[in-house]
Design a protein around this ligand. Sequence first.
Ligand code: MOS
Length: 755
Amino acid sequence: MAAKTHNPIDDNRQGLIGKGLNRVDGPLKVSGQAPYSYEFQVEGKIAYGYIVGAAIPRGRLLKLDTTNAENAPGVVLVLTHKNAPVQGEFGPAQPENSSMDRPKPFLNRTDIRYYGEPIAFVVANSYEAARNAAAMVNAEYSEEKTPRLSLKAETKNAYRPEKEGFGGPMDSSIGNFSTAFQNAPVQVDVTYTTPYQHHMAMEPHASLAIWEDDRLTIYSSQQLPVSCHETLAKTLLVPKENIRLICKYIGGGFGSKLYTEADAILSSLAARMLKRPVKIAQTRQQLFANTVHRGESLQRIRLGAELNGKLTAIGHDVWTQTASFDENVEQAASQTRSMYAAPNRLTTHRAVILDLPPSGAMRAPGEAMGMLALEQGMDELAVKLNMDPVELRIVNDTQEDPEKKIPFSSRALERCLREGAQRFGWDKRPKKPGELCDGDWLIGYGMAAAIRSNFIQESEARVVLTRDGKLRVEMAMTDIGTGTYTILTQIAAEAMSVPIEDVTVDIGDTNLPPTPGSGGSFGANSTGSALYDACMKLREQLVSLAISQADSPLYALAANSAEIDKGQVHIGGKSDSYAAIVARTSTQQVVVKGKITPPESYQKYAQAAFGGNFVEVGVHALTGEIRLRRMLGVFAAGRILNQKTAHSQLIGGMIWGVGAALLEGTIVDQRYGHYVNHDFAEYHVAVHADTPNIEAYFLPEEDDKTGPLKIKGVGELSICGAGAAVANAVFNACGVRVRDYPITLDKIISDLEEA
Ligand code: MOS
């Protein structure tokens, strides 16, 4: 068929692919008209829920007295383990379920497994009344066992998880690491630690549940509607067809909204009991315990190299926190398996059980944490070798995945590093710490490579063409702030050769065709490819319709010479518009489904996006204060769908990197197991004043092994390595090597004078 002979995304006749189109949902958002889950207007008098959390990290509820709370003004229900309905049982994440779509019951037990674990849910006529009464719930606990709260202290009890994580097997071993490392003329053997981190999206986890008889409609802030839908059905013990999840706009997720949390389950349970809508938004402080976090890690990096910088041995051992009842291991060594060539390699991951909330995926789970260690380790090696750190990376670059032994679909690391070095003025880098000053400020340059795996997942899409020639895109996808509405509009408009004004994108609703949702930087590739497939089928269908419609100018012409352009089908010198073709159908619309399944090229090629971050910092010679002065990232991530939204993703990741290097970290109270700095006053994230002068560039790249769009995921790429680049710049400035993130001034000031 004509439609199959070329790829309209390649043709890009309207120039929409790559264009820095403004967000199509921007006007709604800035005018306050984009409804977030908590804000939907619904029929019926809404009741408000408030979670009461446990005040101990490990033990048992002895008594739970809710009398005062129940009698408090405005209270309509106090839900506890005593009256909570039966729910699906929490099971292991695998094999039947993933950690994102299994049952997640709450208030179904009396043992306490982490500080803040929900022990009651107070529902009242107003938020204030619910919160007021929540303080009147009295709990007594027994604490028979000492809580395990320190990663370092518990490392002796670490174990190797049975199951695989996001990054594949827990361990890998190639060649003979220990011999090669021992024999290497230059060695680095260092241990880094990274702290607990919390996602803290602007929009908190929030849900609004409404039952009509046995049917639930829930508005909930979720990255993966289809998975959340599963969890709700399995937990509430209700058939999936009876549940509709709506999440039209999402104010950030970063991995924390991959999982269904207490707000969704408890509001659903309470609303069913009360027969009235119940809504809840978790408070900022509650989010620290009632959503996942990035676990603390201890990472040993061992690098053995020849004098010319060639690596002979790479070792990366990781220990991370996992919850007692829910195993999650952040595979921080997974990217080390792909990053640099070396004949002898060893990676391990060990889990350490602590009595803390479950850890989970947070922005580039694996790489973001692992690259803080690996890429600072590479810098330490460059210093030992007295070698330019850019050259050290290039010497060890590879076009073949060193452990999978398959070629990369594309890998432009060297080009990114060379281009970045040139644009940044890397040649002006101080060769030694203390060499370059600006008043009392010691100036340093640092760099690090970036890598993030590229994924695609099965997805469906539906397109509906109506008799006015307008196109509607439908799928159970989400836009978590990344720009999904916009890029789907661009893909559909270019694939169908219609103006963007003629395309509407309807997502965020489980009544629409299933998609994997937004996560792991796979959203654009998975859902965009499914949409592409739907559009290609729609093109074909329009041609076959036209040539079979007796009153079409194209009637009985040959399909194989059909051309599609500007909302019309052309055959020979004759044309027919989409609108006219649709108007001749009995249904007055043409509906087509598309689908993508992971292509074979994902088995044959290693898939990742690459980049390099370059950083200049100032370290105050007297106070140890660290200030970012400028930062540049150069990335190659396949074809770019939208320069503006992709650029924002990159800048955002780089800012996360600055935060990870210098600011972010949650501190566990070693007595009670709660997070001490559980608000934005004390959990410091990088803000404008911390991040001046950040720039990012994409190198042109099209990768025909990643799918029909030739794109790679960009969302999480730039965070992977950004923090290490900052750390390396700090060392280059002042000569103090801090291996315990974040690098705060107290960790450098004592060594500063000496250095
Ligand atoms: Mo991703 S960890 O879903 O931002």
